[in-house]
Ligand binder design. Sequence first.
Ligand code: SAM
Length: 266
Amino acid sequence: MGNASSQKTDFDKDWDGYSVLIDDRKDSPGWAVIREARESHWRELVQLPAGSHILDAGCGNGDYTRLALQDGARVWAFDLSREMVSATERRLAAAGLEAEELQVASVLEIPYPDARFDVVLCFAVIDHVPDERRLDAVRELVRVLKPGGTLYINTPNRYAYTWRAGHWLMRQLGRFPKGKIRWLSPGELQALCIEADCSLGRSLGLELLPPVSGIYTSDLERLTVLPESLISVLDRWYLRVEQRLRRIDGLKPFCFHYFLEATKRD
Ligand SMILES: C[S@@+](CC[C@H](N)C(=O)[O-])C[C@H]1O[C@@H](n2cnc3c(N)ncnc32)[C@H](O)[C@@H]1O
């Protein structure tokens, strides 16, 4: 595992602490619906050329690193949080997988040369970069892509009204969220990619509706009023409905996460 303490920047959440919290939670039955929804959108959106070199920038505890490795890619990954990087290492080892390199680093100073990767993944990360540095971050992600290579990127979506209503309600109950969520509109994310010299490809919405199982609070407690037995039945139904709804073009701009495929210009 590399060391990049000189690349530490300010970030808006205690990601080391969050990593510890989320590590257990991710394997619980209640998290299954979130895991399945994410895996199904991965299969819909991301196409990795065989044997391709992938960078997972801001890998968190490695969900997408794992999916890329399972798809047969060679994967390099980093995160600003040392705990997240350790969790990724542990989780990959438990799945019998190995990344090429895992290290602590920032999207604002990516420790790889220009045009190094075929594909860069950057999921739910640039919204944690200060507003005035966000374009720098996207440019840095594009710098390490080969010309013609693909950036897959997402942020929480400003027009996710169902989620924003849920969050508002929880805030009134004093439950969520402790940190700030930086919501970007699909147009803002598209503009960042265009400014960073990419052409736009497909887009995908994820999680049009909050899962029936409830919304997780900032301390990852699940807020729900339903018994567990009912939740698992309803969540199965939710997954099927959500997958259909989010494919409807007109609804994509209202999903919680808006994913974009962007290609670096030759
Ligand atoms: C919401 S998590 C997403 C993790 C992972 N990409 C996923 O989708 O499961 C955000 C991650 O971004 C990382 N992060 C925040 N600021 C960063 C930065 N400047 N450079 C790299 N990673 C950063 C955090 O440590 C955290 O692991």
